[in-house]
Design a protein around this ligand. Structure first.
Ligand code: FE2
Length: 183
């Protein structure tokens, strides 16, 4: 998707101040892309050189990171967008909701397969397929949101919207902020 700005460019040039939901939007996207990168790195090492440390870290973070993404979208981004464009006009919301559910199912299947691989000490062909599939689904979703939602987030934010967001953010800190899986 050509309009998508790579992660390295996003992180150094955020156009939002820290109190704007757009900053959280970009930080969350950076987190999700880092998870995708970890999934692909693990797949690349299979079947003979499975990275057990990376496997354990991914088991710890990748579902929790996704749940944090969905909560942020449901509780902050969607209400904000619906105020801008009206509930009936926001056609992307249903698509993104459906993708959130589909990716959650794929995540659960991958977690189960990863746990079997860890307990048995053997990676299956299914595991490599699922790692790439889940990574691609999550990345495609993030890239689509980046292209479709970021322009709306650049629109002016009312003081009450900023206040509401800050209260939400105080109660819901970004999980795994600044995560780097190879560090
Ligand atoms: Fe999403």
């Amino acid at each position: 998707m050509g309009a998508f700005t790579p992660l390295a460019e996003q992180t150094g040039t955020s156009q939002f101040d820290d109190d704007h939901p757009g900053a959280r939007f970009l930080a969350d996207h950076a987190l999700q892309l880092e998870v995708c990168r970890g999934l692909l790195a693990l797949a690349d090492g299979l079947p003979k050189t499975a990275d057990h440390n990376l496997t354990q870290r991914l088991l710890e973070i990748f579902n929790a990171a996704w749940l944090g993404h969905v909560r942020f979208q449901d509780e902050v981004i969607c209400p904000l967008l619906k105020r801008r464009h009206g509930g009936g006009q926001w056609e992307c919301a249903a698509l993104f909701d459906r993708q959130h559910s589909e990716i959650r199912f794929a995540n659960d299947e991958l977690v189960e397969t990863l746990r079997v691989a860890v307990s048995s000490g053997a990676a299956s062909d299914t595991l490599a397929y699922l790692l790439r599939h889940v990574s691609e689904r999550r990345r495609d979703h993030i890239e689509a949101e980046h292209v479709l939602l970021l322009p709306v987030l650049r629109e002016a934010l009312a003081p009450i919207e900023r206040k509401t967001y800050l209260e939400w953010a105080a109660a819901n800190p970004l999980p795994f902020a600044g995560l780097a899986l190879d560090s």
